[in-house]
Design a protein around this ligand. Structure first.
Ligand code: HEC
Length: 232
């Protein structure tokens, strides 16, 4: 642009605003919108699978009770977090979380890697009476869960709804779901959900450098599957 042309633009504020907005719009589309449609942006982890019917019910109870108001579900790639909670969270681990429950408040500890940390019986005892295990805990007791049977009437429509947003449940899995919930309590579902949290990645394949000041947020090749080998 010659100096003359620039001056013309600067002397016409309305046109200048329109041109500026256009430039910002193009920038936003390129940097924010396009990545949504790029294959490589979605990191696939071959071992991450959709939740079973029981785990899904547990997840819904977790949301209903507002556990995510006190607990986060994401370990950030920071040294202290990795030392305390374990491997930092990878985006691919949340592929089937609708909605994700990362949270933003840690009244209690992060739960992204809680699966396998305690036996089932610990969770039952802790949910029934948190202060019997951690004296100073301010977590509410959820003893009623052990005596509340699950309601299997909605599970098929829940799984169907998740399928419409990309969770690969098969017709057989959906048909078999109510049967799997028969005779189970809310406590069974809650514990099944807690026990699977953070366990779907192959921990041996993750090489986190905890010695350096920061932890590399790079996902190692061994964890990433190409779109051709993605899980069904
Ligand atoms: C008012 C805040 C609050 C709410 C709501 C809450 N928690 Fe907690 N939770 C805590 C606190 C504080 C701790 C740490 C002390 C303890 O272990 O009881 C904790 C600990 C835990 C632990 C043990 C974590 C560990 O690594 O030792 C689990 C599991 C847990 N909560 C699950 C849940 C679930 C599931 C729900 C919802 C049904 C829930 N919490 C709701 C505050 C809360």
């Amino acid at each position: 642009m010659s100096e003359n042309q620039v001056n013309v633009l600067e002397r016409k504020p309305v046109i200048l605003i329109i041109v500026t907005l256009l430039v910002i719009l193009i920038g936003s589309v390129v940097t924010a919108l396009l990545p949504f449609f790029m294959e490589g942006m979605e990191v696939k982890i071959s071992t991450v699978r959709p939740y079973t019917a029981l785990e899904l019910e547990g997840r819904d109870i977790y949301m209903r009770e507002g556990c995510n108001n006190c607990h986060t579900q994401t370990v950030r790639p920071l040294r202290d977090e990795v030392l305390r909670y374990g491997e930092f969270s990878k985006s691919g681990e949340f592929a089937y979380d609708h909605p994700f429950l990362w949270g933003s408040k840690r009244t209690g500890p992060d739960l992204a890697r809680i699966g396998g940390k305690y036996p089932d019986s610990w969770h039952v005892q802790h949910m029934t009476d948190p202060r019997s295990l951690v004296k100073e805990s301010n977590m509410p007791a959820y003893a009623f869960m052990a005596t509340t049977p699950l309601d299997p009437s909605n599970i098929k429509s829940k799984m169907g709804a998740l399928r419409t947003v990309g969770v690969p449940y098969t017709d057989e899995e959906i048909a078999a779901a109510p049967e799997l919930l028969a005779g189970k309590t809310e406590m069974d579902a809650m514990v099944a959900y807690l026990q699977v949290l953070g366990t779907m990645i192959n921990k041996a394949a993750v090489e986190t450098v905890v010695d350096s000041a920061t932890v590399s947020p790079v996902v190692p090749d061994s964890l990433v599957t190409t779109p051709e080998t993605e899980v069904k």
